[in-house]
Design a protein. Structure first.
Length: 468
């Protein structure tokens, strides 16, 4: 399995630090509002990476934080007259609902920045002790960027170029030793949440949060650190500087970054105002369709959001789901016999699509090509199964299709399951009516089910039903 490492700018073979295990950290959202579909891209992309790693047999420890203290959260709380805690908790819950709708698996752990302040103070103290950080006169603690010799290695920036860019903005009275130094801890402002620290009452800078949460939940060295490409600089560059200076060991072996979700070829963002929330999109489309749309492009290619592309995703997904439905339908009446010679060779041939799918995913998670392989499998199934097919063949083909769709996080059976539970519910009601000798009601329910294409058969073992 190869993946593109931002650190080396190369596709590299994935070799885990510990055999069979993957330690992965994905920077999560700042929770001050509903997430927009740009934020959804890394969630879907890295959830798919995780699913594929699990498919390959890795035990994945997947950590993704919520940034629950930040200027934007504080501003939102002030605007609505509530507290930062209220705002953050509310939007964490809303974000989790959106994630469930997009079938993004719950992380092994979703740490909250505000619950990890002690660890942050500890890491900052360590950095001061090692000479990598210093408190200024007002209690702000800065990271001494120039002291970290590898600064710029992820974003491939030269520290002197950065310095030149910063020269203009160094203001007189600045408490920093150097314009490149960044904040680890900042003093509280009136009305803001704060914590006590050896330097001043205040709160952590954004970058230190991830260094600390990653270390606490995954250890000092991890396999993969990921996020959107806007995080490469300065966020991830600063995380590396903090973690490697404090721990004295490589922070993350691989760095993965998704490209932007755009609108009219501009990054979708809150500040530009050109965004749709996941919630808005869910009013028009099932979120499965949004997920399918996101995976229709390679994660390192920019993706333009448009109604046309969403319609194309809807149609494509429908083709897959309909094929699955058709197979489930056929299997209800299919003969329970062994595969014929012809069927055996079909089963063997069908494996080539799984192989194609794996080859695409092994090549830096090329979900676009992986989806093409699923379409080819669907086409193969549609042209080779019929009412005469054995259950053994149908089962084999269905399992393959379901396995590949599971890796993509596409659900094939949801509607059917919902329908089944509705049918079971009606059958239970009919049984109750019969027990009460209300035969008119029982017949009414039987007719209602018949209208839905469900035929009942009363047997000694109970009621059986089948689709007609
Ligand atoms: P934020 O809450 O802004 O820190 O963003 C959370 C995650 O969403 C980060 O990994 C960002 O890089 C990512 N992100 C934000 N906007 C976009 C976008 N338009 N396209 C892709 N990823 C994005
Ligand atoms: Zn982060």
């Amino acid at each position: 399995m190869k993946l593109y490492n931002t650190l080396t700018r190369k596709k590299e073979e994935f070799i885990p630090l510990e055999e069979g295990k993957v330690k992965m950290y994905v920077c999560g959202p700042t929770v001050y509002d509903y997430i927009h579909i740009g934020n959804a891209r890394p969630m879907i992309v890295f959830d798919t990476v995780r699913r594929y790693m699990e498919y390959k047999g890795y035990d994945v420890n997947f950590v993704s934080n919520f940034t629950d203290v930040d200027d934007k959260i504080i501003a939102k709380a002030a605007e609505e007259g509530s507290t930062a805690e209220d705002v953050a908790n509310r939007f964490i819950e809303e974000c989790k609902k959106d994630m469930a709708g997009m079938n993004v698996k719950t992380a092994t752990c979703h740490p909250l920045a505000t619950q990890e302040i002690d660890g942050m103070i500890e890491m900052i103290a360590k950095l001061i002790e090692k000479g990598y950080a210093y408190p200024a006169a007002d209690g702000t603690v800065y990271f001494r960027t120039r002291k970290f010799k590898d600064y710029g290695k992820l974003s491939h920036k030269n520290i002197d170029d950065l310095q030149a860019g910063h020269r203009d903005i160094k203001v007189t009275g600045d408490l920093k030793e150097d314009a490149l130094d960044f904040v680890l801890w900042k003093p509280k402002k009136e009305g803001e949440p704060y914590w006590e620290s050896p330097w001043c009452d205040g709160r952590p800078g954004w970058h230190i949060e991830c260094s600390v949460m990653s270390k606490k939940y995954l250890g000092e060295g991890i396999d993969i650190h990921a996020g959107g490409e806007d995080l490469i600089f300065p966020h991830h560059e600063n995380e590396i500087a903090q973690s490697e200076a404090a721990n004295g060991t490589e922070f993350s072996k691989y760095w993965m970054h998704n490209a932007f979700l755009n609108i009219d070829n501009r990054k979708m963002s809150k500040s530009l105002g050109n965004f749709f929330t996941v919630r808005e999109v869910s009013e028009k489309y099932e979120l499965q369709i949004l997920r399918f749309f996101m995976l229709s492009a390679h994660y390192r290619s920019p993706l333009n959001f448009s109604a046309d592309l969403m319609e194309a995703a809807k149609n494509g997904l429908e083709r897959i789901v309909t094929a699955a439905e058709h197979m489930r339908h056929l299997s209800k009446t299919a003969p329970n016999v062994e595969m014929t010679e012809d069927e055996l060779s079909l089963a063997v041939k069908s494996k080539s699509y799984t192989a194609k799918f794996e080859a695409a995913m092994d090549d830096d998670f090329n979900t676009a090509d992986a989806i093409s392989a699923v379409f080819e499998l669907v086409k193969f199934i549609n042209s080779n199964v019929s009412a005469e097919s054995s259950n053994a063949l149908l089962g084999e083909l269905y399992r393959q299709m379901k396995t590949l769709c599971d890796v993509l996080g596409i659900i094939l059976e949801k509607e059917e399951e919902d329908l089944d539970s509705e049918i079971e519910g009606l059958i239970a009601k009919r049984q109750a009516a019969r027990k009460e000798k209300n035969f008119a009601r029982a017949d009414e329910i039987r007719d209602l089910l018949l209208a839905k294409g469900i035929m009942l058969k009363d047997t000694r073992e109970g009621v059986q039903w089948k689709r007609i």
